[in-house]
Design a protein around this ligand. Sequence first.
Ligand SMILES: Nc1nc2c(c(=O)[nH]1)N[C@H]1C(S)=C(S)[C@@H](COP(=O)(O)O)O[C@H]1N2
Ligand SMILES: [Mo]
Length: 334
Amino acid sequence: MLIRTPKSSQIKEHQVTDEHIYQNRRQILKSMGFLGASALMASPHARAVNWFGEDEATTFKTTALTFSQPQIYHSDEILTPEQKIISHNNFYEFGSSKSDPVANSQSFKVEPWSLRIDGLVEKPVTLGYDDLYKHFDLEERIYRLRCVEAWSMVVPWIGFSLADLIKKANPLSKAKYVVFETLYDPDQMPGQRNRFSGGGIDYPYIEGLRLDEAMHPLTLMSVGLYGKTLPPQNGAPIRLVVPWKYGFKSIKSVVRIRLTDKMPATTWNQLAANEYGFYANVNPKVDHPRWTQASERRITSGGLFTRNRIDTQMFNGYPEVASMYTDMDLRKYY
Ligand SMILES: Nc1nc2c(c(=O)[nH]1)N[C@H]1C(S)=C(S)[C@@H](COP(=O)(O)O)O[C@H]1N2
Ligand SMILES: [Mo]
């Protein structure tokens, strides 16, 4: 499943993986009948550029991932270029500005890894690094990710349904919520060393979902993007992606998933409850106290000053989730 590729620092000429090259490569593989079998894809190297067009060193070694077809969740929107997805990040464990995660995470160790699923389950499960890629049907899913700060990206994720993982542990009927926890390792994560470098967060970073949200087929455990394993800045080796909720729900570098009967306290809700609710569903009609949520800046191939403001859609354009919230006042439960 995993194919080793050389470090990007070993690549002499720049190989820019933009969305067109990626899509073309997919089209060619598809027409040759390659995707769906285990395709041996050479993995072009990603280049991270900051907003000033300067290169950021990406020395972390990613590996090509194969995934099965068909692509159930698709989008015809223009993909955000890989170089932007891997260089404009929120990952406070590696610093609180957008360019900190790529700069501070390249030596992050993902192997060995341990992800534990426990709490109100019949049989707790522990997955090691290789298990993350072996025991699930990996799919590519193109999802929008909408940050609460009103920017958004369109990302070709690779992963599997969280439901497939939770089912392995046999949840007990008492279980109503799911709590997620990011690795706590101040030696590797400078943001966890003091309050100032880590945005005032009390680590580990915690997120939560209601069990029905966690079991929804859209809810993805992602292990890769743009055909390769995740780089650290995007949450290697495994992170959550909940496309109808603000980005902060999509917790990175997860080490524990615990089923519980109580709504958990979550990182951003504890930090500022009036700004960040437990539900955090993307909702253009409920503004953040300090800015509008009616529109967003879509990050595409343009530069910092490109005008690409678009209207934000209810549930980020995933109306199939609405039935989970029919009896709820979404102003109160924001
Ligand atoms: N552990 C952890 N997970 C996290 C964050 C974080 O700071 N720490 N930031 C969140 C926020 S605010 C967003 S918008 C997304 C960004 O994901 P990306 O960098 O892959 O685009 O990650 C989320 N997951
Ligand atoms: Mo975010």
